[in-house]
Design a protein around this ligand. Structure first.
Ligand code: B12
Length: 150
């Protein structure tokens, strides 16, 4: 493949993105405030469960606007950005991308626990939040989980 059009049609599937998503990348000109295209709405179902530090479980069922084909990270960001949102989270950068270390102010203790992420009822994500695409209608569970140390 030696022409630009061909390459532009081949690269997006490699990145698990469609050409529509490429068209929706943020503007390069930071003075431009009008979005290049509109997104979509999805219904978020999240459960945040901490039975280690605060003994709390919270459920979220909220419709939010997201970019096309959102990752779980993008839907979490959309929920966090809602007015008066009661969901917040923080990540650290790792060699594999962002790892969730804080949810609703509860930060994992690196030596003894971590935020495990599952699709309900009990399927652990196989990749991180930036690599997992949010499936509409799926419930995602964030569960503070003890590290299994030998
Ligand atoms: C140990 C480990 C963990 C530990 C890391 C912390 C610790 N105190 O050790 C814990 C249990 C916290 C963990 C969590 C997760 N992990 Co993990 N983990 C590993 C493991 C077994 C070894 C990593 C390691 O120590 N490398 C050596 C060090 C020197 O290199 P490093 O780059 O500094 O390692 C760091 C990163 O790998 C990071 N890390 C570990 N797992 C993950 C996962 C994600 C998504 C990210 C962004 C970072 C990250 O923590 C390491 C220590 O600081 C690997 C498998 C393997 N054999 O590589 C899986 C692995 C990296 N984990 C994986 C996954 C999927 C997860 C989870 C998403 C599981 C889940 N469903 O919740 C979560 C992260 C969720 C979140 N909160 O964002 C996948 C990643 C696949 C991918 N390509 O994205 C791997 C490859 C296992 C697999 N084959 O499925 N993990």
């Amino acid at each position: 493949m030696n022409n630009g059009l061909g390459v532009s049609q081949i690269l997006p599937p490699f990145a698990k993105r469609s050409l529509l998503d490429i068209a929706c990348l943020p503007p390069l000109d930071y003075h431009q405030t009008v979005p290049l295209c509109s997104g979509q709405t999805i219904e978020i179902f999240f459960t945040v469960e901490d039975l280690i530090m605060t003994n709390t479980t919270r459920q979220y069922n909220v419709v939010v606007s997201v970019p096309p084909n959102p990752t779980l990270l993008q839907s979490m960001q959309a929920l966090q950005a809602q007015p008066d949102s009661e969901f917040s989270f923080g990540t650290i950068s790792t060699s594999l991308g962002p790892m969730v270390i804080t949810i609703n102010g509860i930060t994992r203790d690196e030596n003894s626990n971590y935020w495990k992420i599952l699709t309900a009822p009990d399927i652990p994500l196989e990749q991180g939040v930036a690599e997992t695409y949010h499936k509409d209608g799926k419930r995602y569970i964030f569960n503070l989980t003890a590290l299994n140390r030998p």
